[in-house]
Design a binder for this molecule. Structure first.
Ligand SMILES: Nc1ncnc2c1ncn2[C@@H]1O[C@H](COP(=O)(O)OP(=O)(O)OP(=O)(O)O)[C@@H](O)[C@H]1O
Ligand SMILES: [Mg+2]
Length: 357
């Protein structure tokens, strides 16, 4: 596997740095299509922050979270027994006793067990608030709290939707107490739409789009790995500027073949999906109601991409639209109200398959 260096993202980094340089007032939602480099950007940025600015990075992906207990386990980095001596010093002042590497919010084991037993998510939040306050009062820059892959807990209920409790907590940390910079990243554009229309968050958050690279950035990225002009053209034609996809090509010895293979896979996935719709009408819940998805509505949305790369998010059949977004074929950007395929490969596959439906 080749070692791939972090590339560009100058504008996004500038924007995040400006946020970090000011007092925390809003939650920042980092969103963008799948594999566009949200997590990579966050990780890269975290590495470049000064030692004094503490970052708590919690990645929900790959963590099995179906209830409160599991959520709490992910949120905290439980101190091991052997660190117990240091933990006694924990609250005086907290900043000096943190271990060098951790990901969740550090917590002594006994306190964790207590919170864990009482099953009250608000207790956990009070604890986190106390930790963050200790940082702020130590006179350092406000800590940074990042929750990545927020989509994992999208539907999780803990006496009501957990996500709303989290949002309320984030509002408290930013707008009300100015204790921490809060970033929440997700590739679930429907979740962002929900956030967008959520009155509770109105005026309390900002959005930062991390999209696929543009052509110049893509060409410069591939140039670093010795791509010829022809290979760059193939990469752009098949993968567009999707970093995840470009990395695959960089690692492949036969770029042309690898690109075509990726498209073949997408085409067969799409054909399979359309075939599935011949037999089933999937159910989609929007708000309180459940709707059936009709194949003809799905096809009619996809047909719009025969001559367009992106379309207006208006007048489309809503269940079919939600289905295509949930299935990661389309991406909706609520900030500008447009819908586009999740990737160039998706666009090509749609054009290939839909012409024959
Ligand atoms: N700026 C970049 N420079 C180099 N490689 C990158 C860059 N951005 C992303 N990548 C690579 O592309 C792949 C996908 O990136 P990443 O996982 O960050 O995407 P993501 O948007 O977080 O995906 P998801 O939507 O699944 O959460 C990774 O292999 C990553 O290393
Ligand atoms: Mg990610």
């Amino acid at each position: 596997m080749r070692n791939i260096e972090f590339h560009n993202r100058e504008n996004e980094i500038k924007e995040i740095r400006a946020i970090l340089d000011s007092r925390p007032t809003l939650i920042t939602f980092i969103y963008g299509p799948i594999n566009s480099g949200k997590t990579e950007l966050i990780n890269n940025l975290m590495k470049s922050l000064p030692e004094t600015q503490k970052v708590f990075y919690i990645n929900l992906r790959g963590r099995f979270i179906s209830n409160y207990d599991e959520f709490i386990k992910v949120l905290f980095d439980v101190e091991h027994e052997e660190r117990y001596g240091r933990i006694r010093e924990f609250l005086k002042p907290i900043v000096n006793v943190l271990p060098d590497s951790y990901s969740g919010i550090p917590i002594p084991k006994d306190m964790f067990l207590k919170l864990f037993k009482e099953k009250d998510v608000e207790d956990a939040f009070v604890y986190i608030e106390t930790v963050l306050r200790a940082f702020c009062e130590s006179g350092r820059a406000p800590p940074v709290l990042v929750i990545d892959e927020l989509q994992v807990i999208g539907d999780l209920k803990v006496d009501g939707l957990l996500i709303y409790k989290l949002f309320n907590f984030f509002i408290r940390l930013t707008k009300e107490l100015h204790l921490a910079h809060v970033f929440a990243a997700t590739s679930d554009s429907l979740a962002i739409v929900d956030v967008y229309s959520e009155a509770m968050l109105d005026g309390r958050c900002r959005y930062l789009l991390v999209d696929d690279f543009d052509y110049e950035t893509t060409a410069a990225f591939l140039g670093k790995y010795g791509f010829t002009d022809d290979e760059k053209s193939v990469a752009w034609e098949y993968c567009g500027g999707k970093p995840g996809c470009l990395v695959e090509l960089i690692c492949s010895d036969e770029k042309d073949r690898a690109a075509k293979k990726m498209l073949t896979t997408k085409v067969s996935q799409l054909k399979d999906l359309l075939d599935y719709l011949n037999y089933t009408k999937p159910r989609i819940t929007i708000g309180e109601d459940t709707y059936m998805v009709e194949k003809e509505d799905v096809v009619s949305i996809l047909k719009r991409f025969i001559d367009a790369e992106c379309i207006d998010d208006e007048g489309l059949n809503r269940p079919a639209k939600h289905f295509l977004i949930k299935d990661n074929i389309l991406f909706l950007d609520p900030d500008i109200g447009i819908i586009k395929p999740q990737s160039r490969l998706n666009l090509l596959a749609v054009r290939k398959v839909i012409a024959n439906v």
